[in-house]
Design a protein around this ligand. Structure first.
Ligand code: FE
Ligand code: ZN
Ligand code: FE
Length: 208
């Protein structure tokens, strides 16, 4: 854009994030389906709710800026999500799949954290206090989502994902002392799929 100033740059940044959030709204349901642990699935579901609200918040930001809510294709997010959908096509043990989905989801969160951080700094520099405050609410959610994903990975998914790598491993079935903590237990995939049949119609390996 011609002679663009920081305010124009902010509007462009908001358009980019707006489009990125909408891409995420489309992608998250696939991550929900691909997740094998209940805890990870729940985390993706709740972040989907948050993300829908983040889209509305950006519409509020457009309003505050006196601009029409319009997105501009975010190639960065498209690339990250494309990698995520490649992950979903892989044929991996449940816990390994979860570990890879977490890795992809954290790339999404970090991209967003950077984008919102920049937009907030610019809004503050421009004296747009309310814009900065509204964006700050979303930034806090993105940081919390990122930390939640780290916690899920470290509370058992990563350990369970190494279960097949050790010399003395037997059936994943009896690996309780290994993948123990709290209620994550991604190792007990078979037990879960028996009980979680309601919303998780999960054709393991039957997807493609
Ligand atoms: Fe978001
Ligand atoms: Zn972008
Ligand atoms: Fe996010």
């Amino acid at each position: 854009m011609a002679g663009s100033n920081l305010r124009d740059a902010l509007v462009e940044e908001i358009k980019d994030i707006y489009n990125a959030e909408k891409q995420i709204v489309k992608a998250l349901p696939k991550m929900v389906k691909g997740a094998t642990s209940d805890e990870l699935r729940a985390a993706f579901e709740s972040h989907l709710d948050e993300t829908e609200n983040q889209v509305s918040r950006l519409e509020r930001v457009f309003e505050l800026l006196d601009e029409k809510p319009r997105g501009k294709h975010c190639a960065g997010m498209a690339g990250i999500l494309e990698e995520g959908s490649e992950t979903l096509e892989e044929d991996a043990e449940d816990a390994v799949m979860d570990a890879m989905l977490i890795a992809g989801a954290q790339r999404v969160e970090h991209y967003e954290i950077t984008a919102y951080g920049t937009a907030i700094a610019w809004a503050e520099a421009l004296g747009l206090t309310e814009v900065a405050q509204v964006l700050g609410e979303t930034l806090a959610e993105e940081k919390a989502a990122d930390e939640k994903l780290s916690a899920i990975a470290e509370s058992g998914v990563n350990d369970a994902a190494t279960a097949g790598e050790s010399e003395d491993d037997m059936d994943e079935e009896d690996d309780t002392e290994k993948a123990a903590p709290k209620r994550a237990e991604p190792a007990s995939a078979s037990a879960r799929s028996a009980s979680g049949a309601t919303k998780a119609t999960r054709p393991r390996g039957g997807r493609r």
